[in-house]
Write a protein that binds this ligand. Sequence first.
Ligand SMILES: Cc1cc2nc3c(=O)[nH]c(=O)nc-3n(C[C@H](O)[C@H](O)[C@H](O)COP(=O)(O)OP(=O)(O)OC[C@H]3O[C@@H](n4cnc5c(N)ncnc54)[C@H](O)[C@@H]3O)c2cc1C
Length: 335
Amino acid sequence: MPERLGAVWVIAELTGNRLTEVSLELLGKARALAAQGGGSHTSAVLMGNDTGSLAEELIVHGADRVFLIEDPRLALYQNDLHAFVLADLIKKHHPEIVLFAASYCGSELSATVAARLGTGLAAHCTDLRIDDRGELVQVVPAFGGTVLGDIFCRETRPRMASVKPGIFPKPEREATRTGEVIKETAAVLEGYKSPLKAVRIVRRQPPELPLEKAPAVVAGGWGVGAEGWHFLEKLAGELGGAVGCTRPALDEGWAQSEDALIGTSGKTVRPRIYLGFGISGSAHHIVGMKDSGVVININQDPDAPVFRISDYGAVADAKEFLPVLLEKIREHKEE
Ligand SMILES: Cc1cc2nc3c(=O)[nH]c(=O)nc-3n(C[C@H](O)[C@H](O)[C@H](O)COP(=O)(O)OP(=O)(O)OC[C@H]3O[C@@H](n4cnc5c(N)ncnc54)[C@H](O)[C@@H]3O)c2cc1C
């Protein structure tokens, strides 16, 4: 058993006035690391305005302590302000490990804070554990996901890592759990005038069925084309699932939003059934869907690498295959 490590922190992330799922997923992993680290504390950092009521939610999901910083200047995520406040808090309390969501905000915030503290950050980790020397092993896919690298941060503290949503399971809510709420301030911002100003806030409607929760994912790639895309949406509707995509389909604007991207820079999905159309099977995409239940792919190239990870495959033109499949499913439902 290694010496007892210092505290493991999770930086809680908000969407509107709710905690994101990934914040809770990270708490589960933080507790596991704290246990492996000889019984260290698990703490969460909650920065915002009027967010105090969420501290309880963090405690019942595994935080022993919540550092709560409420300030009107932190109401909206703003990189410079949040990074100043968080770096200051870390300098004051010296946590051993700090975990962030690898979301847009979390990726930016973690990198800024790491640079400010002069410490290391392993981004987009797919696993984290403490080895028997007490080192934090940060597992990161490299070379498009074909290799998993173990990253160590031996010389500087804290050790920081970011993790995408959906990688770790969300811990059960333990309603009887108790913890301590420690109020801190954003005093470090006194006298600081940010060069950034929010001009407009546009709230995107979250999808009815988030991709990572869909039991069926219908994914489209470059081979589907703009003209075939609406079939994917219809098919997902018939299957009670959601549409996912590859990077080229997103860049072309066929997919509705970044929320649909699957892979290294997108989401990790584990649906019961994954149906892919016109997807080549690059490691950057596969890394985000390889743990799906049944994997079916349709590609016109019989040598497409995606067939190597498929349970079933059809060599066909996706644009011709999709309307036929849709019709068959509808007929079957009517029987
Ligand atoms: C740092 C980095 C991060 C990345 N992150 C991601 C990520 O998170 N997610 C992601 O998806 N990509 C990501 N990429 C891009 C990735 O490397 C691939 O370029 C991408 O996944 C390929 O998408 P695709 O399969 O749609 O397109 P292509 O590789 O162009 O493949 C298209 C496939 O469609 C087939 N096809 C063509 N026409 C038809 C048809 N009519 N019917 C049936 N099949 C047809 C072709 O045979 C081909 O196999 C990333 C790249 C980098 C460098």
